[in-house]
Design a protein around this ligand. Sequence first.
Ligand SMILES: Cc1cc2nc3c(=O)[nH]c(=O)nc-3n(C[C@H](O)[C@H](O)[C@H](O)COP(=O)(O)O)c2cc1C
Length: 320
Amino acid sequence: MKALIVYYSQTGNTQKAARKIRDGLKAAGWEVYVSLLKNTKAEDLEDYDLVGIGSPVWYEMTPNMRLFVESLPDQKGKPAFCFCTHGTMPDLYFPLAVPRLMQKGFTVLGWDKWYGNCSIQIFPEPYYTAGHPDEKDLEDAFAFGKKMGEMGAAYCRGENVELPKSPMPNMMPMHANAAIDHLGGFHNVHGKLVRDPEKCLYPKCHICIDHCTMGYNDYSCDPPKYGSEGNCCDDRHGCTYCEMLCPTGAIHPEIPYEQAAPAGQDHGSELFCMVLEKAEKEGKFRRLIPFDKVGTKTPFYSVHNTHPRLKPLSTKADNE
Ligand SMILES: Cc1cc2nc3c(=O)[nH]c(=O)nc-3n(C[C@H](O)[C@H](O)[C@H](O)COP(=O)(O)O)c2cc1C
């Protein structure tokens, strides 16, 4: 029997989880193919008996994954599972993702999540969840994959499989509101991203075209298209991936990060600490970095202060 894992990952956390889930599925006897979201077509799912869908939490599913799921035809009961990695506030992911999968006709066998380090330009570096997912998280991911494999096999044999109840949100409304306020009411504090054609190396470089989460960019047309607005990017989840990957700084925020979120000032640490301390008390979070070592005064952009700030992931080991 064949299983497909489709995932999206920017900084590698979800990729690590996807690979361990793959190993767990293999241990349960499945032949597994792991596919990056951007290389996956809706019709690819037809060739598989079990499907796993994973992404980071960006409030809920990343928008590219959500659009992919929405584009799928009726899956007629095909068994599926979903997973994510997340920073501090993952609580809306499964309550939104699981019903989305069910609406597409999947039989959802289970879901799981793991903490992941968080790389957001204006957030602390190192972040509170630095070090995650660690060995322990990945052992859990393996066990989850094995369990999904065993359940999936039983389901495919026509056996009675006990399905989990739909997840309920566990987010205190004050956290949701505070998160929205913190994100500037869903506007980035640094404004939109813009592209400076003078500094851009296109056509020699096309990294921001190849790796845009939403496939917005095309500089071959006239006028060139950049970002969600065609001439700028107003992504309200805080995705600044193209800015991070750009080797020259041609893509930059309207309001320089230094101005929007000055290093040396504290941005939102009270909320993060409160949420994580609660999770820790409930046994859901393991602190791998002492909170006094968290870079509350050294935002990501100030530590990764040369371009590119980040390199895209290699997917070479996905199907080993
Ligand atoms: C644009 C953006 C939005 C995010 N939103 C959330 C969020 O709402 N809740 C949360 O817990 N983590 C959030 N995170 C943190 C990521 O979910 C976390 O770092 C994840 O492990 C990244 O996975 P990746 O390495 O596979 O890209 C966000 C990260 C980014 C870049």
